[in-house]
Design a protein around this ligand. Sequence first.
Ligand code: ADP
Length: 251
Amino acid sequence: DFAHGVALYLDEITVSFDGFKALNALSLAINVGELRCIIGPNGAGKTTMMDVITGKTRPDHGTASFGSNIDLLRLRENDIAQIGIGRKFQKPTVYEQLSVFENLELALKADRRVRASIFSRLTGTQLDRIAEILQLIHLLPEAQRTAGLLSHGQKQWLEIGMLLMQDPKLLLLDEPVAGMTDEETERTAELFLSLEGQHSLVVVEHDMKFVGELTQGWKKVTVLHEGSVLAEGTLADVQSNEKVVEVYLGR
Ligand code: ADP
């Protein structure tokens, strides 16, 4: 039930690798429609957290639920993608030989709920949806362009567009603006802010200017450190938090 309430709830998740706790009783709740930025130094456990949510890594302890009643820890990785959790890794992975449009078309047809053959014609509604996504990801003028010829930032947007074709409830984004120009970064912030409300977004990011734009000064930011939440609050709050400062300056 995604009408309201919590989209994602991690409760006391622990993941150990040979006795080392990559996640240590991590608890986190993301509301429906919320855009949450997660920051933290290297090794804090951000990737491991994403791996747990997507079923790639099984925790030793804890629970993870999606919506009010889906137990994520009972699902396999493939099933998790199908229930509406989309993950964007750092590197773009698009079909370089195909056009921007064809990439989105394939993403749509790959959605199990659509049950379309790759040879079937798109319906009017599906074409409208592709046009809408092209607009959102700033690639409408590039629709016929070969994806391999896009800039790094444009490829990232295309991949986000491909995830959006499957209308995910929750989007997980790992350093989405790494390697982008300032202008691309700004337009990415614009894109994410337009997705907020309709999707829940978890954004792992190092670029504090970008985090500032996404949170617009008052939204909640989570700081991970040594596998658990070190601080939570507005960006200004956490940046002036003594424990956070200490962790970032390195002891
Ligand atoms: P982050 O994404 O915040 O940089 P990670 O989740 O990648 O952090 O890693 C958290 C900690 O767990 C790191 O110390 C890392 O070395 C360790 N770790 C992650 N994956 C493995 C693994 N497969 N085997 C052993 N240690 C791992």
